[in-house]
Design a protein around this ligand. Structure first.
Ligand code: SF4
Length: 473
């Protein structure tokens, strides 16, 4: 149970969304808690909250933890969960300072574009939070130092609401390696009864690249009308300006900001917890195009005499195909060093070219199938040191249903799944329905359709329900 490492310090809690039964670390919130603990008069910890956790118990645990001192609570990586937004509001009403941070903090605080003119659009969460902060964590330090009672509206990265309800938004400071070097992986807790219990993590994360290269350049793209509307209006499309995949929040939030320096990567690896055999716990390498530099990651570990156990990769099919020779070379070395390389998630998303085009995925059905063939051929060559299977912990991207599913498309996709036996080793146990966040590229698409067709799609929290619309006349 939490005892408080330094009782003289003030307390800061970061609440994040979490999944029941898991034990992964969360780089963003845990790095933020580390920076706050090391550089301010606050001791910060992270609390992962699952859907199943009792919110009354959670509030009691927070009250016990703060024991009468001022509650200062950050919220990050909430995954759009309404229960956590409501919790923030309830805690704010009880006098807590509630701070929204992490991906999409700025747009979720401000609300959907045009919500002042269109009543059905998402109004934002500025009433639930004292303020929001976008961008790197070091920006919170001068705010904490200011005592939180003075005017914080001029600080870098801050979004604040004045007494007339107007929101002021400041540009964030740049990302700097010095703040991306250290993570205390022991600072994450889970709710246990009405207190917090430390959660040992079994998989960490190492940040090697910020954002995604696919989101580096803006392009004009055409996205088809949803299939049900196209049945009424005939085939139509909408043109939007888009960086990266049209559904992606990384693309929208960060674009592509390039690589983190090697010293910071080394330092992050050195922070990973040690296992009983002396090797470091598995980690996810945060780099959407990891294969060309994967070798170097193992060399950097060697330079600091670190033994790695497993590197988990998340990547796209086209980056896999481009980097397959790098991967083969890396696997030869990994085998000698007894390091496992797990293709933890390949974003296939679909096996239909129309749907992939509408997602602006930048890959084709054929690229996805070529990738699967190459992976399957590679597995017997490195049976113990190369993984991609569900049973090995992989969970590949497959988005379904989507607004563009038609009987013909569904038939073709099912045929592909059968013909290539994708359910055997590739498809996850459950597909992910297409989610349209109000600030994603697809939200621009759906708002244009609303205007053109005089219809309204329902809003559900921070998302737009593409399957639910009503005609206005
Ligand atoms: S979904 Fe993946 S590949 Fe697409 S823009 Fe986002 S991070 Fe990049």
């Amino acid at each position: 149970m939490w005892k408080g490492k330094m009782n003289s310090k003030k307390k800061f809690v970061i609440i994040t969304g979490y999944f029941k039964g898991e034990s992964y670390g969360l780089l963003g919130p845990q790095m933020a808690a580390t920076v706050i603990s090391d550089n301010s008069e606050y001791e910060a910890l992270v609390v992962g909250v699952t859907n199943e956790d009792d919110k009354t118990d959670l509030i009691t645990a927070l009250e016990n933890h703060f024991s009468g001192t001022r509650m200062v609570i950050g919220f990050s990586t909430l995954g759009g969960r309404p229960d956590l937004f409501d919790l923030a509001g309830e805690l704010k009403d009880k006098g807590a300072v509630t701070i929204l941070a992490g991906p999409q903090a700025n747009v979720d605080f401000k609300g959907e574009v045009g919500h002042d003119r269109f009543d059905h659009r998402f109004k934002g969460m500025s009433d639930r939070f004292t303020f929001a902060i976008q961008g790197p964590v070091q920006q919170i330090l001068p705010i904490l130092e200011s005592g939180l009672d003075s005017d914080i509206s001029e600080f870098d990265g801050v979004l604040s609401r004045n007494k007339d309800g107007q929101i002021k938004e400041n540009r964030p400071a740049p990302w700097e390696d010095q703040w991306l070097s250290k993570v205390d992986w022991t600072n994450i807790y889970r709710l246990k009864g009405t207190s917090f219990a430390r959660m040992p993590i079994t998989c960490g994360q190492v940040l090697q690249q910020i954002g995604c290269p696919h989101a580096a350049k803006e392009r004009k793209i055409q996205i088809d009308y949803p299939a049900d509307l196209a049945n009424e209006t005939g085939p139509k499309h909408v043109t939007i300006a888009q960086k990266g995949c049209s559904f992606c929040d990384v693309a929208q939030d960060k674009g592509f900001m390039g690589a983190v320096g090697e010293e910071a990567v080394k330092s992050q690896m050195a922070c990973l917890p040690e296992q009983a055999d002396g090797s470091r716990v598995a980690f996810e390498l945060i780099n959407e195009s990891p294969l060309p530099k994967l070798d170097r990651v193992m060399e950097l570990a060697c330079e600091c005499s670190l033994e790695l156990s497993q590197i988990n990769l998340t990547l796209r099919a086209d980056y896999f195909l481009k980097g397959q020779e790098n991967l083969k070379n890396t696997l030869e070395k990994a085998q000698k060093k007894n390091i496992r390389i797990l293709l933890a998630s390949i974003g296939f998303e679909s096996f239909d070219d129309t749907i992939l085009k509408n997602m602006n995925k930048g890959v084709t059905r054929q690229m996805n199938l070529d990738t699967i063939k190459t992976i399957r051929d590679l597995k017997p060559k490195f049976p113990c040191h190369f993984g991609y299977l569900k049973e090995e912990g992989a969970n590949h991207g497959f988005i379904h249903p989507t607004p563009w599913d038609t009987p013909d498309i569904s038939k073709e996709v099912n045929l592909t799944i059968d013909m290539y036996q994708l359910a055997m080793d590739i498809l996850p146990p459950h597909s992910t329905p297409l989610i349209i966040h109000h600030a994603s590229g697809l939200a621009d698409w759906i708002r244009q359709i609303e205007q053109q067709e005089n219809i309204q799609f329902e809003r559900v929290g921070t998302t737009i329900a593409w399957w639910q619309h009503k005609r206005l006349v």
